[in-house]
Design a protein around this ligand. Structure first.
Ligand code: GTP
Ligand code: SPV
Ligand code: MN
Length: 580
């Protein structure tokens, strides 16, 4: 296989010249190719076969123990002008970044195969889809891209038609954490990733392209590339409302995207469109529509069980790649809170004695094709996407943020999104459980200056009067003993129902300085072990705490100096004044 697109041929030749691979393989994206790759990885030990009776088509990959999460401190956005990357990104001058990466990549594929993966983010026939080509020396990356995106011949055909593509160059290198860089050149639609084989560092279609590069493109082209799940919530009457929800990494997107209604919520049904990324455009009528650029899930494994997330649990019973989980004596995959089985070997491959932390890595992941999800929406691959009724922001906050509230209008909603803060998780290296600012859940993923990004969000109000309503949720509020106040998971449907009731003007709300809060009687608690006192606690807005929060948000905003839109400052001031 090769291509008639000269720009692509030239780039592949140039990379081969730099990296000196033994072989070049153009991925055609067929099942036979996938099978062959799996067999080769089983031979080389990159993959281990799991029990094929109980988990047919499932394999385990153990990554390097030092390479288990995204590395935000080694991720760079390299714009010509540092201001364009903003204080929210690490920056290097493009020329310096290129030189550094060139020195890393020089000869790095000697003895290896160089895979060329043409891929399409979004349904192949969607006007909103965008393509890229990832060059990698990792068969594991190819297999993951096969499950999660649309790769091979159909993508290449589209690239040849579009005549443009994002260039992503990746090598696992020697996995030295001191020589690991994830570099983006948004002005050149280029990504260079060296020294990691893990998830968001290496599967370049995902965070690198579909968020960092795409968000940069979306700004100039008038659309949005967001770290959001997309769901359809169907009422007993059969009406479906689509929601796009942005929560930081490991804060519940996959779980909400696959939610199953509890017993007491008869007739409600949730359909999954996407679990991590949404690309949203205004259509000609001013309706915001979303597509999921991905075709599979790279989901957090621990905590997945038939009670928390039965759809995910069922989805990963076959044809799944598990990364960094434990195994049982029967060679089944195992993870914390799986609810059955016992681990005998931990995620690094050592006998599990229960003494050295969890058996599965807290950021262990499953990779699986979306079509295996029993709740996969029949509109998930609609080229025109689905109409979004509500945008929902959320974070992991043990205090302060109530279970749910609604922004007063679009501009206030942008403030609510820009004010998101959340406890850090195992999805990125570094300390876990520290509250940090994570506007729109995009801190690690916004490919340009946050000040410009907020201005871009605000600009939508001038372009449409049919924009979605904006909300904020927090499933993670705790009591004085550290226990979650809200049961979460399937029960979150009760909160989605209030959100939809608000969108459809079915219920009033209580106006507070921070936004509209539900009347407690409008949250359905039927069949739920949550007292009205607990609900009151969940919905409480403590003015003292909120004054402190607004002060800290103001200080954070000030870091963006002249790039901070005046309209956002005005929205902030309004809330500060209302809080007194
Ligand atoms: P990324 O893939 O990193 O972007 O994460 P995500 O946002 O998709 O998070 P995911 O749904 O995988 O959930 C992460 C963790 O949060 C898992 O351990 C879940 O079990 C837990 N979790 C998800 N939803 C809830 C909830 O409603 N309540 C509580 N208490 N925990 C939840
Ligand atoms: C996240 O960290 O938000 C993920 C996993 O979805 S990764 O693909 O590694 O970015
Ligand atoms: Mn994510």
């Amino acid at each position: 296989m090769t291509t008639r697109l000269k720009a692509l041929r030239d780039w592949v030749a140039e990379v081969a010249e730099l990296t000196s691979p033994d072989r070049i393989h153009w991925c055609d994206g067929t099942e036979q190719e996938y099978r062959k790759l799996i067999d080769e990885m089983l031979d080389s030990g990159t993959l281990l076969e799991l029990n094929q009776q109980s988990y047919p088509g499932c394999y385990l990959h153990r990554s390097d123990p030092q390479d288990v999460a995204r590395v935000e401190h080694l991720t760079f956005v390299c714009t010509r002008d540092q201001e364009d990357a903003g204080p929210n990104n690490n920056w290097k001058a493009p020329a310096d970044a290129k030189e550094l990466m060139k020195s890393c990549f020089a000869g790095c594929m000697r003895g290896r195969t160089m895979y060329v993966i043409p891929y399409c983010m979004g349904p192949i026939d969607s006007p909103y889809a965008r393509c890229g080509v990832e060059i990698t020396d990792s068969a594991y990356v190819v297999a993951n891209m096969y499950l999660m995106t649309r790769i091979g011949k159909p993508a290449l055909k589209r690239i040849e038609k579009d005549k443009t593509f994002v260039k992503g160059l990746h090598s696992t290198g020697d996995l030295n954490p001191e020589r690991r860089y994830i570099v983006h050149l948004p002005e050149e639609l280029t990504i260079m990733s060296y020294g990691s084989g893990y998830g968001g560092n290496a599967l370049l279609g995902k965070k690198c392209h579909a968020l960092r590069i795409a968000s940069y493109q979306a700004r100039t082209e008038g659309w949005l590339a967001e770290h959001m799940l997309i769901v359809g919530v169907q009422s007993p009457a059969g009406d479906i409302r689509y929601l796009a929800c942005a929560f930081p990494s490991a804060c519940g997107k996959t779980n909400l995207a696959m939610l199953i209604a509890p017993e007491s919520q008869k007739g409600w049904k949730v359909w999954t469109l996407g679990d991590d990324i949404a690309w949203m455009h205004l259509d000609k009528d001013g309706q915001l529509r979303a597509i999921n650029p991905e075709a599979g899930y790279f989901g957090v494994v621990p905590g997945t069980n038939p009670h928390t997330n039965k759809n995910a649990y069922d989805t990963i019973q076959h044809d799944t790649i598990f990364t960094n989980v434990a195994v049982t004596a029967d060679n089944d995959p195992w993870w914390e809170e799986k609810g059955s089985g016992k681990p005998t070997v931990d995620w690094v491959g050592k006998p599990y004695d229960g003494k050295n932390g969890p058996a599965a890595h807290p950021n262990s992941r499953f990779t699986v094709a979306a079509r295996q999800n029993p709740a996969y929406s029949n509109l998930a691959e609609a080229p025109e996407g689905v109409p979004i009724s509500a945008v929902v922001f959320g974070g992991r906050r043990r205090e302060l943020a109530p279970l749910v509230y609604q922004a007063k209008d679009w501009a206030h909603g942008v403030l609510v999104g820009a004010s998101v803060a959340s406890e850090t998780t195992a999805a990125a290296t570094g300390k876990v459980g520290v509250v940090r600012r994570d506007p729109m859940a995009m801190k690690p993923f916004c490919g340009y200056n946050y000040g410009d990004y907020w201005a871009h969000w605000l600009s939508f109000a001038k372009r449409s009067n049919k924009l979605p309503k904006i909300f904020h949720v927090n499933w993670f509020r705790r009591d004085a003993n550290g226990k979650f106040l809200w049961p979460g998971y399937g029960e979150n449907l009760r909160v989605l129902r209030w959100i939809i009731d608000r969108c459809d003007n079915r219920v009033d709300a209580i106006e507070k300085p921070i936004g509209f809060l539900p009347k407690p009687s409008d949250i359905d608690l039927k069949g739920l072990d949550v007292s009205s006192a607990t609900l009151e606690q969940l919905l409480a807005v403590d003015p003292e705490q909120w004054r402190a929060e607004m002060k800290s948000i103001g200080e954070y905003f000030a870091e963006f100096g002249g790039r901070l839109p005046g309209e956002l400052t005005a929205e902030h001031q309004k809330v500060v004044r209302a809080l007194g």
